[in-house]
Design a protein around this ligand. Structure first.
Ligand code: GDP
Ligand code: MG
Length: 166
């Protein structure tokens, strides 16, 4: 099995940490082409059971100028081209204006969206259900997966689930 995935989320939610963690565990090829490259391939995880190709999505914010508009169009195109969108958030985030805009764009397409709640090592286990319920109201996510990219908690399960969408 193989397929394309894009990982989106605000700065500091842990996108790089998650990628590094996955790369650390599996064989991966990373490309460091500049941001200007359209739909660049960022990382390919290669396993015996298949390949997960992560596509970088530059400029996912609401366009406020021409360049931004170009970047957003690229993001929208990427959303259509991938098999699944991974939307990374933090437990105590709320879905702000920028995120709402992304979700609005995602409503227009059929690509499944998986919500990843990262940094669960920073919250009490009892709080997790409340946090999940809060996010569930925002969008019809295919899955909601709580993880700690830093501690590698649930990241294996994340990849297992990912294969169901490829
Ligand atoms: P990015 O901007 O989305 O790529 O976020 P980074 O991967 O650079 O992470 C931002 C900060 O969050 C760093 O200080 C990470 O160490 C921290 N971080 C990432 N994942 C976790 C996690 O699962 N738990 C905790 N406690 N911190 C994390
Ligand atoms: Mg980063």
């Amino acid at each position: 099995k193989s397929g394309f995935v894009t990982l989106i989320g605000r700065p500091n939610v842990g996108k790089s940490t998650l990628m590094n963690h996955l790369i650390g565990q599996k064989i991966a090829i990373t490309s460091n082409k500049p941001q200007t490259t359209r739909n660049k391939i960022q990382t390919i995880l290669t396993e015996e059971r298949g390949q997960v190709i992560f596509i970088d999505t530059p400029g996912i914010h609401k366009p406020s100028h021409k360049l931004g508009e170009y970047m957003v169009n690229t993001a929208e195109k990427t959303f259509k081209e991938v098999d699944v969108v991974l939307f990374l958030v933090e437990p105590n985030d709320f879905i702000g204006k920028g995120d709402s805009y992304i979700l609005e764009q995602l409503q227009k397409i059929k690509t499944p969206v998986i919500l990843i709640i990262n940094k669960i090592d920073t919250v009490k286990k009892e709080e997790l259900l409340t946090i999940i319920a809060k996010y569930q109201k925002q969008y019809d996510f295919k899955e909601i997966i709580p993880i700690s990219a830093l501690q590698g908690e649930n990241t294996g399960q994340l990849i297992d689930i990912l294969y169901n969408y490829l």
